[in-house]
Design a protein. Sequence first.
Length: 365
Amino acid sequence: MRLDLTMLVIVFSAITFVGSSSADSAASDRFATLALDCVHQEYPNHISHSMQNDADVAPPRELTPAFYGCLDWHSSVHGHWLLARLARQYPQSEYAQPARKALAQSLTREHLLAESVYVSAKGRRSFERPYGIAWLLQLVTELEEWDDDEARHWRANIAPLEAAMVDRLVSWLPDLTYPVRSGTHSQTAFALGLALDWARVTGDEAAEGLIAERAQTLYGADTGCPIHYEPSGADFLSPCLAEADLLRRVLSPSAFSSWLTGFLAIPETGDWLPTATVSDRSDPHLVHLDGLNLSRAWMLEGIASALPDEDPRIGVIRATANTHRIVGLEGVSPEHYAGSHWLGSFATYLVTRRGIADGSDAQSR
């Protein structure tokens, strides 16, 4: 009897996934170290800073005193999210207390009020929109769900910055005539997915309704996504998979299955969607492809989780996710700051199944 090759891959993927929890726990030490090494490392620094006069010239630690490390603002934000996520998930780990100390140093009332003033200043209407806003809301979500006195204190401190960023997001979305289908920071699908998770966890029904409506209006009629054209040379997000990962949050399983059939040509057997190859991990744009492998893995897992149990594509989707997971995690290294300042966050989002396992993607069905 000849076993189908795809079935062998699927079985191996399932075995690998079941045995991955202990390995992921060990890997979290490495991810936490990457964040601890950079959240308060001010330089090198790549700032997106709009100036109105000479008074606006200042070092990063004065401009944004909570989030000035990890090369840029959004990476600093999700570096702090990484520390909160892992300290919450693994409270007895060796890095839990250093992570708490780093969070306490950054998330003070004074620092976060200064951040709120900064983002609300003239000329910064589009500051970190939408990518940085999405990660800020992910940090808020983590603090919201963390049953811990210190975390509740940080949650209260971050509220003014949260309000400023949410105001920027909800005032922009009605004016967004077309989605941004890039594979980098400007992409709207990824950001809307994280923002929707935040709205559901915090109970902001108005924001949830707006985001869900925008998702369906901007993407609901899409068909035939050309995933065979991906990736572009500097992608860290898949335009096609991120869109599907967003729509699975707003459609019922049966509706999502039907929509996905028209949107992506996913085989029921065989190989699908090869991993991205990274030629130079010291290059800040080429190393984006390591992040693409990681984000593809979590998006594929999210897509599979939202399909009806009997959907025949699930096996291939999960096998493809597992392949991307293995290759992506191999690229998470402290060797080059071009990748080490941010890839740990992507790896943590993947291995802790954020947006899938703990209900932050729960749908109102």
